[in-house]
Design a binder for this molecule. Structure first.
Ligand SMILES: [Ca+2]
Length: 518
């Protein structure tokens, strides 16, 4: 959830301001805070997408360097925010570059084609000067290449030095100060045997680093200060020993140095790895029964597992930022993870876990599943303070938006979903009891309900809710017996208020008479 001191810019009456101020004071005093918020929860980004360009196909990879977000995938054109397929399209063949902050399309372009016709991995050098590009392609423009190249970020030019002959698809790239690691489906690099992983100097020379891995590598995270790279993928055997899906390799030799026994069941593979200062994070996908589909946090220093969540739904991408692990998946049945949701009709495609304790935080922007395999998000990257997400989706928060979207820390612009309407009124002598069902908000766990009598705010109530947990609420108003009133309700997250509901006319009963409501 998001915890911020907000300035209210909701158009409300003076009495509403007084009531809201009173409510805030009550919360600040602590007397009601425990009901409504966990003050220790990490602050998330907002759930409101920034205007972002779109692609006409799947985005498989994102990378950030020097103010630019690079996008790789399987697409033939890009188009501005709001444009439909076929409108205002600009040719971009499997690769495009955007200003990370404004989101604008940049002129940096190369056509990646041939072979599998797809870009699957992007990663900048540590100094941001070089962008490494991997995938399944045989040509960049008219230049013959073999699944991996590098660009100078200063002018987008194709580098001449980094030109390895990789025998099959590159699915993962990691960079350190001294090496570039490629992982994927390949078994040879420049006629040398390299089983699904290889390391190069920044200048493109194949390094002696060598590990024999039996199946594709899909993710690599360097832990160079601990002398290793952490490698994830589909594999069952590494360097001659049974090792499933996750392994730590000596950064120079490729020898196995860390094992993570029983972290991943046999039918689950690692799709994504990311790290922060102290931890590394795993996104897993399984198929069949007895699988693990969620997120794991481990400690870099000793390889100890810190936590594992319980959601189903094939995690494709993970990225930590400010104590929050953002991920893309089709999460469902998360009820056994704190803050999580039970199995219900909707799948949640973007998720935020507390890095500290795995708690699912109140951040629920969502995509649809979209095209391809219908996995929704496929790639995430932090670009400075902005989270970029790419994938297969064609809608974000139920509005058309294909394959790319972005989220920032503010401003919060989303009006609460499912605005309340007054569903029932019981009128007793001198009192009226109103009922409604709680709304919910994509990035605020606690909403404020404003109750108006004859156009004047008479009460406000706070209530915690989520899309899967919308409590019934009620308010009892004191009015003169026999008087008739017109009630409406609105809901606000503190910054964005719904319109007032349709009015409910109620006549309070007179003593010893039956109530009437309509
Ligand atoms: Ca909000």
């Amino acid at each position: 959830m998001r915890l911020r001191i907000r300035t209210t810019r909701v158009a409300i009456t003076a009495s509403a301001v007084v009531l809201l101020a009173a409510a805030s004071l009550t919360t600040a005093s602590g007397s009601t805070a425990s009901r409504f918020s966990a003050a220790t929860d990490e602050e998330t980004l907002t759930a409101d997408p920034l205007a972002t360009w779109q692609t006409d196909g799947i985005v498989w990879s994102l990378a950030y360097a020097r103010g630019v977000v690079y996008v790789g995938g399987t697409f033939g054109s890009v188009r501005p925010p709001g444009a439909k397929r076929g409108e205002q399209e600009v040719a971009r063949k499997n690769f495009a570059a955007f200003d990370a902050v404004t989101g604008k399309l940049l002129p940096c372009t190369h056509s990646f084609s041939g072979a599998g016709d797809t870009v699957r991995a992007l990663k900048a050098s540590r100094d941001g000067q070089v962008l490494f590009v991997g995938g399944s392609f045989g040509k960049v423009g008219q230049t013959a290449v073999a699944n991996a190249v590098a660009l100078n970020t200063a002018d987008c030019s194709l580098r001449q030095d980094f030109r390895p002959a990789v025998s099959a698809t590159v699915r993962a790239i990691e960079t350190t100060d001294s090496a570039v690691y490629l992982g994927g489906d390949f078994t040879k690099v420049s006629d040398q045997t390299r089983g699904h992983i290889a390391a190069f100097s920044a200048g493109g020379s194949l390094l002696p680093f060598k590990a024999v891995i039996d199946k594709p590598v899909r993710a690599i995270a360097a832990a160079h200060e601990h002398g290793k790279v952490i490698v994830g993928g589909d594999f069952d055997e590494v360097n001659g020993a049974k090792t499933h899906a996750l392994v730590g390799l000596n950064r120079s030799t490729g020898a196995t140095v860390s094992l993570y026994p029983n972290w991943l069941p046999g039918r689950s593979v690692v799709k994504s790895l990311a790290r922060d200062e102290t931890n590394f994070y795993v996104g897993a996908e399984g198929s069949g029964t007895g699988i693990f589909d969620g997120r794991i946090a481990g400690r870099l220093s000793d390889g100890k597992m810190l936590w594992k969540d319980t959601c189903w739904g094939a995690t494709q991408a993970v990225v930590p930022y400010n104590g929050v692990l953002y991920s893309g998946s089709h999460a469902h049945d998360c009820g056994n993870t704190p803050g999580g949701f039970p199995e219900h009709n909707n799948r949640q495609h973007l998720l935020a876990n507390s890095v500290r304790d795995r708690k699912i935080l109140h951040w629920f922007p969502d995509t649809n599943e979209g095209i391809g395999e219908g996995q929704g998000p496929r790639a995430l990257a932090m670009a400075g303070e902005i989270l970029w997400a790419g994938g297969e989706f064609t809608a974000v928060n139920e509005k058309p938006q294909q394959s790319l979207t972005r989220f920032a820390a503010g401003p919060d612009t989303g009006v609460p979903e499912a605005a309340p309407r007054l569903t029932k009124a019981d009128a007793g002598a001198g009192k009226v009891t109103l009922e409604w069902r709680a709304a919910w908000d994509r990035d605020d766990a606690v909403l404020t309900y404003l109750i108006y009598r004859d156009g004047v705010l008479v009460a406000s109530q706070k209530q915690r809710s989520a899309s899967w947990d919308r409590p019934d609420m009620k308010y009892t108003d004191s009015v003169p017996s026999g008087s008739r009133h017109r009630y409406t309700i609105a809901v606000t997250d503190g910054e964005n208020a719904s319109a007032q509901s349709a009015p409910l006319e109620v006549t309070a009963a007179v003593a010893d008479k039956q109530p009437t409501g309509e």
